[in-house]
Design a binder for this molecule. Structure first.
Ligand code: THU
Length: 134
């Protein structure tokens, strides 16, 4: 399963639109439904309009009616493991409660992290629920 998600993320990375950074990223999310959705980063001449690969994959999934993420694979054209940026972390935490993060290191080996390892402290809807109780 891990290798399959990495391979799909790599395939999606080929569609990256990254003429400004030259940094291609691909992602694949496995949803609780069992379906997978892929995404790439899509840059813009107005840099702030750029969308990361993870968010592309997640928005595709959610817009097709999907709910919860089971696992997410992220690959890039860089030499190191690429961890999700701050904005993507916030979006991921909205749709993921537990599960696996899958990366590939420079040797081509699979690296995995649990949700808790990547998100030791996250801001979620549960925090809003608490605020209402006060
Ligand atoms: N990028 C991603 O797609 N995902 C990440 O987690 C890190 C950054 C993209 C955004 C931009 O197109 C390029 O990588 C350089 O920041």
């Amino acid at each position: 399963m891990e290798r399959e998600l990495i391979d799909k993320a790599k395939e999606a990375m080929k569609n990256a639109h990254a003429p400004y950074s030259g940094f291609q990223v691909g992602s694949c999310v496995l949803m609780k439904s069992g379906k997978t959705y892929t995404g790439c980063n899509i840059e813009n001449a107005s840099y702030g309009a750029t969308n990361c690969a993870e968010r592309t994959a997640i928005f595709k999934a959610v817009s097709e009616g999907e709910g919860e993420i089971e696992a997410i694979a992220i690959v890039s054209s860089g030499n190191m493991v690429t961890y999700p940026c701050g904005i993507c972390r916030q979006v991921i935490s909205e749709f993921m409660k537990e599960g696996k993060f899958i990366f590939e290191n420079e040797k081509g080996e699979i690296i995995t992290h649990t949700y808790k390892e990547i998100f030791p402290y996250s801001f979620t809807k549960e925090d809003l629920d608490k605020a209402e109780e006060n």
